[in-house]
Design a protein around this ligand. Structure first.
Ligand code: SAM
Length: 297
């Protein structure tokens, strides 16, 4: 329960601090590489919409999918697009057909509104899929469809999450980073020296895969030291960086757990009231990006 609350708090903060970009800080304008594959996957889905359709995005974050939809065409071929998430989100664009709502995908509050198309991009698997599928079925119009992209246990995203979580956890478990206020007695130069030492220790502990993540943290600490004038200022900044690592780990652990849940995806779909589905993996070169689920009521 406590973990769920921490996770939701981490998402609330993330979506308040980041703009339209999705949870990977990408706004889908990329046409190359894995983002290009994801982008084309959704553009093909948008083609299937009808002007009378009510579309509902589940676990939509700051509406990256709605933004891709809007940017991809002059006239939106739907009646309405509901961008929903359990977290407090902040869409930085407006469109008369797009509405943001705070909503739990496990307990949808769509009143009498029937949905023609449910979509979700790395969203529903953060909730209990059994409950979500029952809710999708309950709220779909008789001719309703759904298209979901979900995390996969062996995807490049999940693999990277595991690496980043390990690096973050090592820092969070380290006494030095837990007792930053003790450093207040140090001079600015002494503190700089100590931080360099700590970063070196982290770099030595890092496996080959982890080095990039340590470098990213090292870079933020380096920029902080460069832009600070006092020990106090650096300690404040470091405390903020540690908090960001905590929040990031919370989101990434949620991502890994979401991917673990999808190991049962095939059985969950079979047992669900939803029928007629196509389950496949979305690939970039030989790497798995996620599960693709397409179906209708
Ligand atoms: C990885 S983010 C995906 C956001 C967005 N689809 C994107 O691609 O940018 C996962 C989202 O699922 C949301 N989420 C988690 N549990 C949920 C639930 N029970 N109902 C609705 N949204 C949920 C989180 O708040 C988070 O914003």
């Amino acid at each position: 329960m406590r973990t769920k609350q921490t996770e939701q708090q981490a998402w609330n903060t993330y979506w308040q601090q980041h703009q339209t970009s999705n949870s990977f800080c990408c706004d889908y304008t990329e046409n190359e590489g894995p983002y290009g594959v994801v982008s084309r996957h959704w553009l093909a889905c948008f083609e299937t919409f009808d002007t009378s359709d009510i579309v509902c995005d589940l676990g939509a974050g700051n509406g990256a999918l709605a933004k891709l939809f809007i940017d991809s065409r002059k006239k939106l071929n739907c009646k309405q697009w509901l961008s929903t998430d359990i977290a407090l989100t902040r869409l930085d664009f407006t469109h008369q057909k797009v509405e943001a709502r705070q909503m739990n995908a496990e307990q949808m509050e769509l009143i009498d509104q029937k949905i023609d198309v449910f979509v979700s991009m790395f969203g529903i698997e953060y909730a209990d899929l059994k409950k979500v599928f029952a809710e999708v079925n309950r709220n779909l119009s008789p001719t309703g469809r759904y298209q979901f992209l979900l995390h996969h246990q062996d995807s490049v995203i999940t693999k990277q999450s595991r690496v980043t979580v390990n690096v973050g956890q090592r820092i969070l478990d380290n006494a030095f980073w837990q007792t930053l206020s003790n450093l207040n007695t140090l001079s600015f130069t002494e503190l700089k020296h100590l931080l360099l030492q700590q970063l070196n220790i982290q770099m030595q502990k890092a496996s080959f895969d982890e080095q990039e993540d340590v470098k990213i943290i090292g870079h933020s600490i380096f920029s902080l030291v460069q832009s600070s004038q006092s020990t106090h200022q650096v300690i404040m900044g470091l405390t903020e960086i540690v908090e960001q690592i905590k929040q990031q780990n919370s989101r990434l652990i949620a991502q890994i757990n979401a991917a673990i849940q999808t190991q049962e995806l095939s059985q969950l779909l079979e047992k669900s009231p939803l029928s007629c589905y196509k389950l496949s993996t979305l690939m970039y070169n030989h790497a798995i990006l996620g599960w693709s689920v397409i179906g209708k009521k």
